[in-house]
Design a protein around this ligand. Structure first.
Ligand code: PLP
Length: 364
């Protein structure tokens, strides 16, 4: 089976929209070419629409989602600043590591893997944090953490949200929910390959920037002159032109279909998949009421694995016999949970039908 035939339903990249792959074939312009600047401006405007924000400082960082995480933390946190972080999976944990490397004092609020962070607990954990940070869609567990109540109760703190697996897939209202810094990735619900990290930054966050960010490359005050600078652009780095074409095209597909419609498509696929799994006797891992439609986590049915085949063996058979990639568990749930992505262009009912049929054939 050719790689092109594969259905990527893991937590990593999904299948990109065809329009996105066509965009990669366009001639490469110079990174200060006026036509490229126009495309960058349009891309930023499209990002404002999907983030649902009016923030002028909205653009894709030229690196993956992890760089968006570092960029948002390193611009607002310095030695001694207090940050309250919700931790209920790998990516909340990674936030703590990044914040600690900024020299910040990290105050954690934990929830068991598979359950959601209690917004009030996060608000109450420290009387005056500079930043409250949380992951919207925890890809390691398939759990959605509620953002709106944290924004409503944040007081003078800045709210920093990881939207890598939520942007485009589920409701996200940056301005209405009081989110000050958000970052995402291209490879999840936007239907674009990995490589860029869309970010958005409020005026309150800009006003609270550290005097000199510890990172040169990710210093928003310098990047801003290049990526959102209006007429007079100042060179900062050489933008990855073809990736920007791809993101521009992917956002175009999403906005043409309609953001609400795209989110409804993700919800319909997630519902169909989760109902199909439950009907077959599988147990879902994520807490009810907080299940992501775009990332379904399911407990590996140890008693139903075919003779002599372990959970990795089932995933391997799905890949080589059916061309379907699903993800394994991470950290404490490695070997115990499967993570099934249904994101971006991959979020199609036919893909769900194929996966359920393949599982029926393999598991009986
Ligand atoms: N945050 C979340 C919630 C993620 O799912 C991921 C990647 O899967 C990241 C951050 C890191 O993004 P990247 O792998 O693009 O660096």
């Amino acid at each position: 089976m050719s790689h092109a035939d594969r259905i990527l339903m893991g937590p990593g990249p999904g299948n990109p929209y065809p329009e996105v792959m066509e965009a990669f074939a366009r001639p490469v312009l110079g990174h200060l070419d006026p036509d490229f600047i126009t495309l960058m401006d349009e891309t930023n405007e499209r990002l404002r629409q999907v983030f649902r924000t009016a923030n002028p400082l909205t653009f894709p960082v030229s690196a993956t989602g992890s760089a968006g995480m570092e960029a948002t933390f390193v611009n607002v946190l310095g030695p001694g600043d207090v940050v309250a972080i919700g931790v209920n999976g790998v990516f909340g944990e990674r936030m703590c590591d990044v914040a600690a490397r900024c020299g910040a004092e990290v105050v954690r609020v934990e929830a068991e893997w598979g359950t959601a962070i209690d917004p009030q607990a996060l608000l109450d954990v420290h009387p005056s944090p500079k930043v409250i940070a949380v992951v919207h869609a925890e890809t390691s567990t398939g759990v959605r953490n509620d953002i709106a109540p944290i924004g409503a109760g944040k007081g003078n703190a800045l709210l920093l949200v990881d939207c890598v697996t939520s942007l485009g897939g589920i409701q996200l209202e940056v301005d209405d929910w009081g989110v000050d810094l958000a970052y995402s990735g291209t490879q999840k619900c936007l239907g674009v390959p990995p490589g860029l990290s869309p970010v958005t930054v409020s005026q309150a966050a800009i006003d609270a920037f550290v005097e000199k960010s510890q990172s040169w490359y990710l210093d928003f005050t310098m990047i801003a002159n290049y990526v959102t600078g209006g007429g007079a652009r100042v060179y900062h780095h050489t933008a990855p032109i073809s990736m920007l074409y791809a993101l521009h095209a992917g956002l175009g597909v999403v906005l043409e279909e309609g953001l609400d419609e795209v989110q409804a498509r993700h919800q319909a696929c997630g519902d169909r998949l989760q109902e199909g799994l439950v009907k077959r006797g599988f147990q879902l891992f994520a807490q009810e009421g907080h299940r992501l439609p775009e990332l379904t986590s399911v407990i590996v049915p140890a008693d139903r694995l075919p003779d002599g085949v372990d959970e990795a063996g089932v995933r391997h058979r799905l890949l080589v016999e059916y061309g379907i990639e699903i993800g394994g568990g991470l950290g404490p749930v490695a070997g115990k949970v499967w993570r099934i992505g249904c994101m971006g262009h991959t979020a199609r009912e036919r893909n769900v039908t194929m996966l359920l049929g393949a599982l029926d054939e393999i598991m009986g």
